[in-house]
Design a protein around this ligand. Structure first.
Ligand code: FAD
Length: 342
């Protein structure tokens, strides 16, 4: 058997995209994925335009509903905001992750091993792409973000008046995200502070928000309800040059999902990770990726503050709606947070 140059642990979006990029550059990769795709995963499933652009360069763009922006709603006040450039995608994680993993498996120099948990054998370089609860955090520890939050997600049929924007409803008990998933289905996800979490949080919000009571009157779930907690992770060191270890994707830190940026961050930093692996300059990747993560985390904290209560979110949407487009520009990587809030 030919010896690999790089061992990638985790065949989610980050690991699969990196395997494609490395394999195409002639780097021999073993890609371990403990699950067998397609598998469901708790997620808001919105891929922001800069993630779509990065994906286009690496792998092309899969069939998935396009969205042109977001619609924010709080206490009956609503603001529509389009992306400054390009469109986002709503990627059902079972289909999207399977598509990207298949592409990696078919890339020259990639030995993809689905259904194979990583057990410790390794090549010169080891890549931790095993998500926010990475086994490699024993060596490069992460800290959980505050406030502690829980995410729930599912898909439904029969939700009425789905448009071509991701809808975000702010409520005192949590936020609710709706997006078209294709084939008449919708993604429904909720994010909650620990203190306000309830297992029926999604159905509770669907009935507590007046606009949704009618629209959701005849919905039927089409996939199981999935949960994830805690959300948001800071990792201050993401490479160990001596040990030949590098973290990518959620393992390298992930903002609160209120930014909708996790997958885009993973994909937009894939090229930089591949460059570092090929050149051996792991620090260049670490600097770039940590800076991207800091911006996303600051944006997440600001968005959480602005939407702390339904009343505050409604006040922002009504009286400070001029803030919304610059914040979207930060979310899609078009401007820094400092210039957006000047
Ligand atoms: C509730 C919620 C909502 C979200 N909403 C959004 C959103 O709207 N938009 C967005 O962009 N992001 C969102 N995110 C974040 C997004 O899910 C992550 O950023 C993304 O999944 C990171 O991709 P990844 O490939 O790094 O990790 P993952 O997708 O977690 O993939 C890691 C893979 O590694 C595999 N693995 C783990 N351990 C091993 C092992 N020992 N051996 C082999 N394989 C292993 C797992 O099976 C998995 O397939 C959300 C997250 C949550 C929890």
């Amino acid at each position: 058997m030919v010896k690999a140059d790089v061992t990638v642990v985790g065949g989610g979006p980050a690991g699969a995209a990196l395997a494609v990029e490395l394999g195409r550059r002639g780097v021999r990769v073993v890609l371990y994925e403990k699950a067998r795709h397609p598998r469901l995963k708790p997620c808001g499933e919105g891929l922001l335009p800069h993630g779509v652009a990065a994906l286009r360069d690496i792998a092309g763009v899969p069939e998935a509903p396009r969205v042109r922006g977001l619609r924010f709603v709080a206490a009956g006040v609503s603001v529509d905001a389009d992306f400054p450039e390009g469109s986002g995608l709503v990627v059902r994680r079972d289909r999207f992750d399977a598509w990207l993993f298949e592409l990696a498996a078919g890339t020259p120099n990639v030995d993809a091993r689905p259904g194979t948990p990583y057990r410790g054998s390794r090549s010169r370089l080891l890549v931790g792409a095993d998500g926010a609860r990475s086994m490699f955090h024993r060596r490069l520890p992460g800290t959980v973000a505050r406030p502690l939050r829980v995410g729930l997600s599912t898909h439904v049929a029969g939700l009425e008046r789905l448009g071509d924007r991701v809808e975000v409803f702010f409520h005192d008990d949590g936020e609710l995200y709706l997006a078209p998933s294709g084939g008449g289905e919708a993604l429904v996800a909720g994010l909650f502070d620990y203190s306000r979490f309830r297992p029926d949080g999604v159905t509770h919000l669907l009935s507590a928000i007046p606009e949704l009571r009618d629209r959701a009157a005849h919905i039927e779930p089409t996939t199981p309800l999935l949960a994830s907690a805690p959300l948001g992770l800071h990792v201050s060191r993401i490479v160990d040059e001596e040990d030949g270890l590098i973290l990518v994707g959620g393992a390298a830190g992930t903002p609160d999902p209120i930014t909708g940026d996790g997958m885009a961050l993973a994909l937009a930093s894939t090229r930089s990770a591949a460059d570092a692996i090929v050149s051996g300059d792991l620090r260049a990747y670490a600097r770039r990726r940590l800076a991207m993560g800091r911006t996303a985390n600051r944006l997440g904290r600001l968005m959480l503050r602005l939407s702390r209560t339904e009343r505050r979110a409604a006040w922002v949407l009504r009286d400070l709606s001029a803030l919304v487009p610059p914040l979207i520009a930060v979310a899609v990587g078009r401007t820094s947070l400092g210039s957006a809030t000047d």
